[in-house]
Design a binder for this molecule. Sequence first.
Ligand SMILES: NC(=O)c1ccc[n+]([C@@H]2O[C@H](COP(=O)([O-])OP(=O)(O)OC[C@H]3O[C@@H](n4cnc5c(N)ncnc54)[C@H](O)[C@@H]3O)[C@@H](O)[C@H]2O)c1
Ligand SMILES: O=C(O)C(=O)C[C@]1(C(=O)O)C=C[C@@H](O)C=C1
Length: 302
Amino acid sequence: MIERLAVIGVGLIGGSLARALKSAETVGEVIGCGRSRENLELALELGVIDGFSCDPAEAVRDADMVFIAVPLGAIARVFERIRGQLSEAAVVTDGGSVKGSVVADAKRVFGEIPPWLVPGHPIAGTEHNGVASSFPELYRHRRVILTPLAQTDADARARVRAMWEQTGAEVTEMSVAHHDEVLAATSHLPHMLAFGLVDALSRMRSNDEIFRYAAGGFRDFTRIASSSPEMWRDICLANADALSTMLARFGAEMGKLSETIRREDGETLLRIFERARAARDRYVDGVGAEGDGSSRADKTPD
Ligand SMILES: NC(=O)c1ccc[n+]([C@@H]2O[C@H](COP(=O)([O-])OP(=O)(O)OC[C@H]3O[C@@H](n4cnc5c(N)ncnc54)[C@H](O)[C@@H]3O)[C@@H](O)[C@H]2O)c1
Ligand SMILES: O=C(O)C(=O)C[C@]1(C(=O)O)C=C[C@@H](O)C=C1
């Protein structure tokens, strides 16, 4: 049971955690914090939080659990504001999509990695942002990755794991570097392809023409290009090395595919598409009926 949860950044990710813990009845009080008073008032109205402060230092006072869910570029400033303000019992975790930058920010601000910091990342989300898009089932049957460090306190790690399990998530652990490499491939690269494709096409053809003739394939493939530009700028900057490597490898693969098409080599094309379809079928079978950890794009916020 968490007595007082401070959520810094009450948007899709922070709001959904608060809603999930409230519906599991495993949190006493939720204090929100963010840069916009209007958003915090909405969160209060929706019952996502029980009170708020625009100052992180005040929001974390007496909290036994602190969840930071702001864009990655804002995390260092939050660390600076909460330094020296936490209660003895407090554990701090975050939901940032890249872990290397969060750990580097913590080292810079606190001088060393504090034992009470448990970096984390829920592999669940949608292309929508803001508290109005949050919902309590977001993490159910989804994965959450924790990237504890050698310095991380065992009790802090167990408490963060227990919190996520109460949302219905499956918690796994891996190293910071491995997390950032894996997510560069499975999350960051696909977002670059979607953003890049929509941007390139909209500059090649008029918007009207794209939307008039685009059907399900275009819509499915590009859903994630509706995601928050600010959040994705920060993810790219925070994971620049791993993401650039992935983009270069993928670019080379696209070059080979393009060559194969130019050669009119139908046999090779068939082999590539069969291999890809089999890999996707295995992936879909593996994740089962509950889905793949991706969004509920059609969810209407309550
Ligand atoms: N959206 C996803 O699919 C997804 C999935 C997993 C993890 N994440 C990560 O979760 C974090 C939050 O993403 P989100 O989708 O909830 O975004 P969001 O835009 O819905 O919410 C972010 C919240 O942070 C607040 N904020 C922004 N800058 C701030 C600052 N300087 N100080 C205090 N508050 C500030 C905003 O007002 C907003 O309420 C990001 O780090 C993102 O990388 C996102
Ligand atoms: O489903 C979506 O809309 C998402 O973008 C969620 C998604 C992803 O699957 O790539 C995006 C960023 C994250 O850090 C984790 C999950």
